[in-house]
Design a protein. Structure first.
Length: 255
């Protein structure tokens, strides 16, 4: 089933066309990795998919309805969006921040339930943050705060996750742990669109890839059809070498 679709979507920042005529269908249980150079339009695309950034042309469809017609409260039940910004202007504990993921599920004056509390604590524990609940968010390291932001998105329990570099600032072990969590989410039937700067995250979690070339051009499809050394070398303007291990492709930049 298609959760989210783009129809002939074009995105422009200033005078620059970033993405032209993008046709994408994100189905249930699909994991998309979005790759491309700095400034090619990855975050702009996620913002458009979330219904915030106004397209230059075309449309984003959520469950068959133009996203502009879907009220924000309904959007928040359908998708969770992790941006690159982890700063919080208010003093909050880690648990309070994580519980904000439940807001779309609560009515105006309703407090979070015990079940919400347990759910938030479970998501923190999945990302090695079980003992961080009472900590002031501002006292956390960059990587810890990034994991709290991912735990918050998971607490929202939306069928579609839009993740903007969720693994940036994470060390090797915590990257692997987070990738394992994302695989579990996909196995449970969620769909993910994840921006990354590491094409090797693809082999570890993705079913599909979207490559953005920053000049309007794009390539999208099943991982094996899109991701190869030639395409990545073109994408990054740098030669990339492909290695096969256990039936998976791994990519190494040539120094
Ligand atoms: N208001 C604006 N006016 C003009 N250009 C803008 C504006 N906002 C963003 N841009 C430019 O749009 C381009 C796309 O930005 P975006 O944040 O989508 O890139 P990105 O692919 O996510 O980059 P990164 O990998 O660095 O996170 C960038 O070159 C950025 O400088």
């Amino acid at each position: 089933m298609s959760l989210l679709q783009t129809q002939n979507l074009s995105l422009k920042q200033g005078e620059r066309i970033l993405i032209a005529g993008l046709n994408l269908t994100i189905g249930t249980g699909e994991a998309w990795i979005v790759l491309g150079e700095n400034g090619c339009g990855k975050s702009t695309l996620l913002s458009a998919l979330a219904g915030w950034f106004k397209p230059y042309g075309g449309a984003v469809m959520l469950g068959g309805q133009a996203i502009t017609q879907v009220v924000p409260a309904q959007r928040a039940l359908a998708m969770a969006w992790q941006t690159q910004q982890d700063e919080c202007p208010f003093p909050l504990t880690t648990l309070e921040k994580t519980l904000t993921g439940r807001h779309p599920h609560l009515s105006r004056w309703e407090w979070e339930s015990d079940a919400d509390l347990v759910l938030a604590q479970q998501q923190l524990a999945r990302l090695d943050l079980a003992d961080f609940g009472a900590r002031d968010l501002a006292s956390l390291s960059g990587g810890e705060r990034r994991r709290v932001s991912l735990a918050t998105v998971l607490t929202q329990q939306a069928p579609l996750l839009l993740l903007d570099e969720p693994l940036s600032q994470l060390d090797l072990r915590h990257q692997q742990q987070a990738l394992g969590v994302l695989r579990e989410e996909v196995q449970e039937g969620r769909s993910i669109v994840m921006v990354s700067h590491d094409p090797n995250h693809a082999a570890q979690f993705a079913t599909h890839a979207l490559l953005l070339f920053g000049n309007g051009e794009w390539q999208a499809g099943v991982l094996a059809d899109v991701l190869n050394a030639e395409m990545l070398s073109k994408l990054y303007h740098h030669p990339v070498f492909e290695m096969q291990q256990d039936g998976k492709s791994w990519f190494v930049p040539i120094a």
